[in-house]
Design a protein around this ligand. Structure first.
Ligand code: SF4
Length: 366
């Protein structure tokens, strides 16, 4: 079956969920309200990874909404994307990177998504004018790479993906083109069932411009045979795959799980790039955030079980002022460092804040 047909067969209604999982009537109403605001989509493949009998199953937590999602504490724009939007669909926050929002669709709507404000919804945030984006990048020689994201750009048809590759490969001052995509994890059939896509990627990666895929494995059980098959096809096509994990309560907030995940990635040739502190996103904060104190302990303990390659990732908070590395705790202080900064003067700046055991985000620290 084609990947398009398989995607059409995804779970997308609360009624379907009720047939599959143990959901009470009163819970059903809450979930319906939630899904009216933030749509549901779970590919049949990802569904097959869930243990239906376990309400606390980590894979289920990522895909299936729970009533906690009704809490509105937090923000829908936690890293300041609006103020860095140059025109519809193009953001330019860090000098070297232009970010393109290519689509509002994904193969799965992850319940912890930081772009919840737009995924699966009508939005005026996605790119409508590719030539304008190309012009912008051409006229900004400080840009070394373009990140094509969304939503998930890999749900776009091949000709749209090729159009991005064709347009940006011609720009000499770009070193590489990046795609932010979760399809290797949530819907690997997009790659394994479309050899034409693999051919296009191979052609561009080998002959024109280096291509990176940045994906998001959050749990070792997501590293399945099918997913590894997709990674192999990408690697053989010359695409370099790196990973950004989000630290999520009830999913991977355990040093052993985190260490097994990062080791698993190294084993299949995926580069551990970042672990992100979960952002204080509306409907996400309450159910998924771990305190910074616990996060530091989890990350350090996981690192203690890993070799140098597997612990290359940086533990990062993506903040309106920049990507801030959480270095750890010393003498009752959290230590931070600007890894990327909106204001170039902040780059490399190390600073500290008094430790607090319950706070989850920088802005709440004194
Ligand atoms: S695939 Fe990415 S953009 Fe889409 S819902 Fe999941 S985390 Fe968000």
């Amino acid at each position: 079956m084609s990947w398009e047909k398989q995607l059409e067969n995804s779970i997308s209604t609360v009624d379907e969920l009720v047939l599959l999982f143990d959901i009470e009537e009163k819970e059903k109403e809450i979930l319906q309200d939630i899904c009216n605001e933030h749509p549901l989509r779970i590919s049949k493949y990802y569904l097959s990874l869930i243990d239906n009998d376990d309400r606390t199953d980590p894979i289920r937590r990522i895909a299936v909404p729970i009533p906690h999602e009704k809490y509105l504490e937090g923000s829908y724009d936690t890293s300041g994307e609006r103020p860095n939007t140059i025109f519809q669909g193009l953001q330019h926050k860090y000098q070297q990177t232009a970010v393109i929002l290519a689509t509002n669709e994904c193969a799965m709507y992850c319940r912890h998504c930081f772009r919840k404000r737009l995924v699966g919804l009508d939005t005026d945030e996605t790119l409508q004018d590719l030539p304008r984006a190309v012009d912008y990048v051409e006229n900004h020689r400080e840009i070394t790479n373009v990140l094509i994201t969304g939503g998930d750009p890999l749900v776009l048809p091949n000709d749209r993906i090729e159009a991005f590759l064709k347009a940006f490969s011609k720009i000499d001052h770009l070193d590489f083109i990046r795609f932010g995509t979760r399809v290797p994890v949530t819907f690997p059939q997009r790659i394994t069932h479309d050899l034409e896509l693999v051919r296009i990627l191979r052609e561009y990666a080998h002959q024109r411009k280096r291509i990176y895929f940045v994906t998001q494995y959050n749990h070792p059980r997501e590293v399945t045979e099918r997913s590894v098959q997709a990674i192999k096809l990408l690697s053989e096509a010359g695409v370099i795959v790196s990973n950004q994990t989000v630290l999520l309560k009830g999913v991977n907030n355990d040093p052993d799980v985190m260490a097994r995940l990062q080791r698993g990635l190294i084993e299949i040739g995926v580069i551990p790039y970042y672990v992100f502190q979960c952002r204080p996103v509306k409907r996400v904060k309450k159910q998924f955030q771990v305190s910074l104190y616990d996060a530091c302990r989890i990350i350090e303990s996981a690192r203690g079980r890993l070799d140098g390659h597997a612990k290359r990732f940086r533990f990062i908070m993506s903040h309106p002022t920049g990507k801030i590395e959480v270095l750890g705790i010393r003498d009752g202080q959290f230590l931070f460092k600007y890894h990327q900064a909106k204001d170039p003067n902040d780059l490399g700046l190390v600073f500290s804040k008094r430790m607090n055991k319950t706070v989850t985000w920088l802005d709440d620290l004194q």
